[in-house]
Design a protein around this ligand. Sequence first.
Ligand SMILES: N[C@@H](CCC(=O)N[C@@H](CS)C(=O)NCC(=O)O)C(=O)O
Length: 319
Amino acid sequence: MTDRRVKLYYFPASYYSQKALIAAQEKEVKYEPVIINIHGPDGGEQCTAAYMRRSANKGKVPVLQDGEKVITESEDIVDYIDREFPADTKLVPDLSTEIGREVAKWRKELDAVPIEPITFGLMGNPDLSISGLQIPAFMRKKGTELMASLQINAAKIEQLADEHPDLREAYMAKVSDLQKRRQFVSDKDKVVKVLDELETTLDQVEQQLKKVDADPSKELWLCGQQFTAADINLCILMGRLDLLGLAGRYHNAEKRPRLHAYWEAAKKRPTVNRVTVRAIREMMKMNVKKGLKNALPYLGGLVTVGLAAGLAFVFAQKR
Ligand SMILES: N[C@@H](CCC(=O)N[C@@H](CS)C(=O)NCC(=O)O)C(=O)O
């Protein structure tokens, strides 16, 4: 572990943030956490001009800042952390080795899973969920409400584009992202297709785990004995399937038993557990704290009124 300290801008429930968080924690990187509320008002904190500039005009999380260096793509963040922070753990084995090539192949395959259509598709069509969405109520919007909020956010971002002409192009790219999200919400057939395609990817994962499992000397990680960047990508996907109530569709003791066993074991790994399983609990805590903070002036008012009423009562009794 080194004393070098970086800044990590992220949102706990964000898929790609979780990738950076697991990597940083696996490598025991000391990082200053900066939470960017991507569900906040006015399109979210990632849309402020200051954050847009900080994130190379992308306005997305995660972002890793190491002194002057700013890294924006989650795959690049994992590579950077692995390269720059030597530790016993090596997340990205050298490409000149067989495991290095395997890890690269699986990272690419899993990073290509279209997580936005799956997530927004399920939020807009919760009947596609098997065991129900686990997303906390304060983060969840249904069908028409979700469509309307995406539209409102697009309008707010267009306004920001007018206010900051130097960021216009970047803001308009975000508006186009929001329009795509509206399509995922409204086009159920497309969502069904994406969910069907995921079956093929997970069949390949099951085959790979079977291959690894054939060697009893190896612990069951995706590319063998070592937990790697490929496992990070698989774990965040499994966590997202849990969150969307889709786990039962894709794996159980009968269907893809190796993947099922893999996830049961992976969830116990401290970094994976903290970042995926406990993310929602953290979100709930954040929301309760925010609620309390907002309620504080009213609570203060209530206490004052209560005290005044009590004193008036005591005073009246004495007379
Ligand atoms: N390709 C990027 C994707 C990052 C991304 O899409 N982040 C999402 C959260 S998971 C985000 O910031 N969404 C907010 C927005 O698009 O305004 C990466 O791998 O880092």
